[in-house]
Design a protein around this ligand. Sequence first.
Ligand SMILES: Cc1ncc(COP(=O)(O)O)c(C=O)c1O
Length: 400
Amino acid sequence: MKCSNRINGVGTSPVRKLIPYANGAISKGKKVYPLNIGQPDIKTPDLFFEAIRNYKTEVLKYVPSNGMPELINAIKDYYSGYGMEYAFEEILITCGGSEALLLTLLALADVGDQVLVVEPYYANYNTIFKALEIDVVAVSTKAEDGFHLPAKEEIEKVIKNNPKIKAILLPNPGNPTGTVYTKEEVQLISDIAKENDIYIIADEVYREFVYEGSECVSFGTMEGIEENLIIIDSISKRYSACGARIGCIISKNKDVIAQIYKLCQSRLSVPELEQVGAAALYETPDEYFKEVNEEYTKRRDTLYAEMSTMEGVVCSRPEGAFYSMVKLPVDDAEKFVIWLLSEFDINGETVMMAPGEGFYATPGAGINEVRIAYVLNVEDIKKAMNIIREGLKQYPGRTV
Ligand SMILES: Cc1ncc(COP(=O)(O)O)c(C=O)c1O
């Protein structure tokens, strides 16, 4: 017996790939700073837990497949606050942004269709592409340019050469890059999608995580792309509620929503209690975001300041989200991370990062890069940076 070729083609997550090495280090009594995974350490607002405690029910039911009305209405109001007016019927609640992505791609692309991404890109997209037999086409961006988009002609050339492109899928603010697209870039993608009749899947789960000088321009604010646009959203990062598994799909394209709704019906329901908690989270005062962003700004600044002084390291200053894609002066970043975990420590402490190659579609790209998630407090980030600095000096495969 054999599992499907489809599933055999799915690779290991670069974020979790080296966990056995981290476990090895931990079993030897070492402390490992986890810079590999985007799990925020910020407290989930109490509103979530209070709402669930106060919710009276005797039976945990299948709730409506499109989501509980109180949550849909809360999301509707939240979008309205950003000047984006969506109707109740234009919002579908999902099990996290992850299910939102899966259902959207399932509804939009046939086997052998292509989806355009901007590399480096969120590695989990690959799992869905492989599982659905969607071919990925990548436009490349570089750390030296802050991972911003290339000229319109370059993107159009890729589209002309790949007639099966059905959609452009991009996170903004970006994971793994921390790049926040300018209004001009959002306009550029919108124009391209419109002119070429392709969908935009705008993954905006980090919308609030933008630091001074940058602004997250939602694709939902662009005019004329209503039929092209599907927004992917989630409470995971916004309210540090990854474990609640609540996200949504938003679109004014009636057909797309109707098709995805069939998939929602087939999985019956998203958990009831978590939707009750999520609806309450949308009442979180703005002060929360201000405090959280101040904290992430400090972390970002610490990471960037430390990285900038390391010889041979190329690091663009992240503008949003909580990731940085960093080029290291090493032969192979995966080997370097394994070496850090297996053979290196400072006073019994070492670090875990996600090797960069898994965030690229182009073979060999990102081989000397790592993705760092700055989800630790400033003191821990400083300690982790010191371990990387000293590790780079001693690593046998260093290139400077
Ligand atoms: C860019 C991006 N999109 C979507 C997700 C999915 O998040 P969730 O399924 O927790 O909502 C993540 C999670 O890290 C992400 O980084």
